[in-house]
Ligand binder design. Sequence first.
Ligand SMILES: Nc1ncnc2c1ncn2[C@@H]1O[C@H](COP(=O)(O)OP(=O)(O)OP(=O)(O)O)[C@@H](O)[C@H]1O
Ligand code: NI
Length: 385
Amino acid sequence: MSDPSSGADRRRTPDRREGEEPVLSVRNLRTVFRTDRETIRAVDGIDLDLYEGETVGLVGESGSGKSVTARSIMGLVEEPGEILPGSSIKFKGEEITGYSVKEYQDLRGSGIGMVFQDPLSSLNPVFTVGNQIKEALKVNRGITGEAAREEAIELLEAVQIPDASRRLKEYPHEFSGGMRQRAVIAMMLACDPEVLICDEPTTALDVTIQAQILDLLEDLQAERGLSILFITHDMGVIADITDRVNVMYAGEIVEKAPTEELFANPRHPYTNGLLDAIPGQHADEERLRTIEGDVPTPNEAATYCRFAPRCPKEFEDCTAVHPQLVEVNDDETDHIAACLLYPEDRSTGEAVAHHERVADRSDRPLSSESGEDTGDVATDGGDRQ
Ligand SMILES: Nc1ncnc2c1ncn2[C@@H]1O[C@H](COP(=O)(O)OP(=O)(O)OP(=O)(O)O)[C@@H](O)[C@H]1O
Ligand code: NI
């Protein structure tokens, strides 16, 4: 059987670095939540690549599917959530969708670490910070006793927690918010991960502390060659620390480009809306501009543009054709956008026809929508070696 990701590879042109394999590669990821009333397509067919030593951003408003993407990668999708067959997530070339509970535990213990917005969700209140780091060292790297204590001190020093040997004996509640997040990062480093997924790790912190944590992540990345997937709704943070960006809206990635390029030439109207909402962009205005309206819950197949109802550039076809990620023009092969206005060097009619052709090749219904479970999607699923 063919590789489930090959169709997606042909259909879009993401993120490639010549001759190099990504550490983490996501293709056609679809994660749904089925309730009695509806099927929420929280993540609806996204592609994502992360190469060694780089920071890739995933940005979008609340409810766009960023956290579900992260949880899908980590094997943390809970009932009634489900990763659909045909989705592919590869870590160092190995398919990890379909991993057992034990395999995911091992993956989280060594390969991929995750830092959440709330550090207390990763820390146990009844154990000292030192004990928790030592436990991580024991379970994941077999380091115990005095060696573990020394390593724990080194890790706290690596995340710039002053007075490390004393602080090891303290409990999470004795740490400030910023220090707690550092402790969580130290715990992640205890697993010696290659990939770090950060889901809004600084959102709850004040601006100064936030900047310090971002600096720390950059330092750690340089020292350890970490690859970081950074999730945020804050375009300012994206500009600060990422090399490449994926803009997400209602379960889909709508624009993808190197960070500098995205900020210099944003193409998708949604991305423009997010950029306009950065504080300080419009000094003459008193209040922050935000995009009017809310992210819709993606509870039906996208046979149209999900952003159209809020889009200042909406035209008739936007409600009838599902935009595909296409190159914004002939010169920008690493800049793609899912908007019927592109490729910009074609007439609107030609561009729309192009999107229709690509959609024909790649949009597939959920098996539940095609009546019987025909296996149309499921046929791709069983390809794990
Ligand atoms: N357990 C669940 N059951 C049903 N729907 C869910 C569940 N978890 C997430 N969703 C839905 O999935 C969609 C995406 O949620 P997600 O948490 O990934 O958004 P997000 O981009 O991380 O937003 P935020 O910036 O607020 O963290 C939302 O529509 C949400 O309601
Ligand atoms: Ni989230």
